[in-house]
Design a protein around this ligand. Structure first.
Ligand code: BES
Ligand code: MN
Ligand code: ZN
Length: 497
């Protein structure tokens, strides 16, 4: 799909669909009035018949007359300001409706770089479909090929770059969605690592893949314990994007949980919960997506992405409740429930990541069902003791419309991780499960400024919600990228001066 800027008028633009966002009374909207005149009153008649009132989430699609476009789509925006998040949701709704159309023309909410970028992002996100395993009749016959963003001046400062940036970020989100949706028989750790390496190579960024022997040499016995029950070898991926010509850029390391399948190990999951466990590498997908987008946008920040990937299975050599393993960090850990595998993989990856001495260390993980119980399906848990980092992330997420909610690293719960025979046990009580998981991770980050994002809920959607499609959502890429852009803004300004 391509996104272009077009200076065609709404009357003359050639498109299968012409889309307009409507806030408040549709009849008052100047473009609706223009189109209504062209159609000799038919448009407003449709608006009345369908009782379309412009409230958020509603749409009206109708045949056009008197203009070059074939159909008109009015999208209700509801009350509120024209924010980036609103422009993104609007464009994504349009693209979803227009998925089976060839060309759609969109009138952006405003012709500013920020809102044009959000329009490009939203359209690219909304057009997403996962079709890799469909054949014959099940393959879509048509798809959205061109999105024309209608503007008065195509050469206006920053618009072209805004479109390119919007598409680059959304394509990175869509890559993450593809990875999460891929079936676990095909997307094993080796395939996940190969994807990261391939994409890195295409963008000219560094990517190292560590195999089982290398992990063993580095002392990652917690990570390897999880892998013992699987016939698939584990992989750790380390991607590095370094900006060119930026002196002393800030350094951010992202770490992602990459369980390509989580059967629960010997503490096996019931079938219903196991079915969606191909999504347990979503943290890895988000991490890869953020690094790819950062490289494409050339953010003036050094960005590392570290992914710990394995399956959690029940082979004869599987790790057991009661086992004790040393961690890369040195601390010994008593295994309680083999289904709490993510924190073990992350513990060793965080210990590795911390050696890179980042300014900020951020992990994404589908870590606990408890976090979904606490926050519902569309909100990520956010854990950090660093106020500045929390604020920066809250600001970034609000801009791009992803939902995070801060939960406490409550020190009162630390005693739940005391083991009789080892330095730590790796699970606490059932209550506070998302918090004790975060507290366990905290033991492995030292003094590094760190944040843990439990994306168990929003990483994989049972039904669409806002710009999140059903299935893999790529949640977290948009916020991660925006956080990096804001962090790099002073360096970017200095470079321009
Ligand atoms: N991958 C799961 C968490 C999960 C649950 C992700 C639902 C997405 C949707 C994780 O490895 C897990 O099994 N966690 C256990 C921890 C418990 C055994 C302490 C859980 O949440 O039940
Ligand atoms: Mn598990
Ligand atoms: Zn898991």
């Amino acid at each position: 799909m391509k996104v272009t800027l077009s200076t065609d008028s709404i009357a003359n633009v050639k498109a299968d669909l012409l889309a307009i966002g409507v806030a408040g009374r549709p009849g008052r909207h100047p473009l609706v009035q223009t189109l209504d005149k062209k159609s000799r009153g038919r448009l407003k008649e449709q608006v009345r018949l369908e009782k379309f009132d412009g409230s958020a989430g509603t749409t009206l699609r109708t045949a056009a007359s008197g203009i070059s476009a074939k159909q008109i789509l009015l999208v209700g925006l509801g009350a509120g300001d024209d924010t980036e998040s609103r422009a993104q949701t609007f464009a994504s709704t349009v693209a979803r409706v227009a998925r089976d159309f060839g060309t759609v023309a969109i009138v952006p909410l405003a012709e500013t770089p920020a809102l044009v970028r959000a329009t490009a992002t939203g359209a690219t996100l909304g057009a997403y479909r996962y079709t890799r395993y469909l054949t014959g009749d099940r393959l879509p016959k048509r798809s959205l090929s061109t999105v024309k963003v209608l503007v008065k001046d195509r050469r206006a400062e920053g618009l072209r770059e805004a479109v390119d940036a919007g598409v680059a970020v959304a394509e990175s989100v869509n890559h993450a969605r593809d990875l999460v949706n891929a079936p676990p028989n095909d997307l094993h750790p080796t395939a996940l690592a190969a994807f990261a390496a391939e994409q890195s190579k295409a963008l000219g960024i560094d990517c190292k893949v560590f195999d089982k022997k290398a992990l063993d040499k580095m002392g990652m016995q917690l990570f390897l314990a999880v892998n013992r029950g699987s016939s698939q070898p584990p992989k750790m991926v380390h991607m590095t994007y370094r900006p060119e010509g930026v002196a002393n850029p800030p350094k951010v390391v992202f770490v992602g949980k990459g369980l390509t399948f989580d059967a629960g190990g010997l503490c096996i999951k019931p079938p219903k919960s196991m079915l969606e466990m191909k999504c347990d590498m979503a943290g890895a997908a988000t991490t890869i997506g953020v690094v790819l987008a950062a490289a494409r946008l050339k953010v003036p920040v050094e960005v590392h992405g570290i992914v710990g990937s394995t399956e959690n299975m029940l082979g004869a050599d599987a790790y057991r409740p009661g086992d004790v393993f040393p961690s890369k960090d040195g601390k010994s850990v008593e295994i309680i429930n083999t289904d709490a595998e993510g924190r073990l993989v992350l513990a060793d990856c965080l210990a590795y990541a911390r050696e890179l001495a980042p300014d900020f260390l951020i992990d994404h993980a589908t870590l606990t069902g408890a976090c979904m119980i606490a926050l519902g399906p569309w909100t990520s848990g956010l854990f950090t003791d660093d106020e500045e980092l929390a604020t920066r992330y809250a600001d970034a997420s609000a801009e791009v419309g992803e939902s995070f909610w801060r939960l406490p690293l409550n020190p009162d719960l630390k005693s739940m991780l005391k083991s009789d025979i080892a330095d730590l046990k790796h699970t606490g009580d059932r209550s506070g499960g998302a918090i004790t998981a975060a507290l366990f991770l905290q033991h492995f980050v030292g003094e590094t400024r760190w944040m843990h994002l439990d994306i168990a809920g929003p990483a994989f959607a049972e039904r669409p919600h806002g710009v999140l499609p059903k299935g893999g959502t790529g949640f977290g890429v948009l916020t991660g990228v925006r956080f990096l852009e804001a962090l790099g803004a002073p360096a970017a300004a200095a470079e321009e001066a």
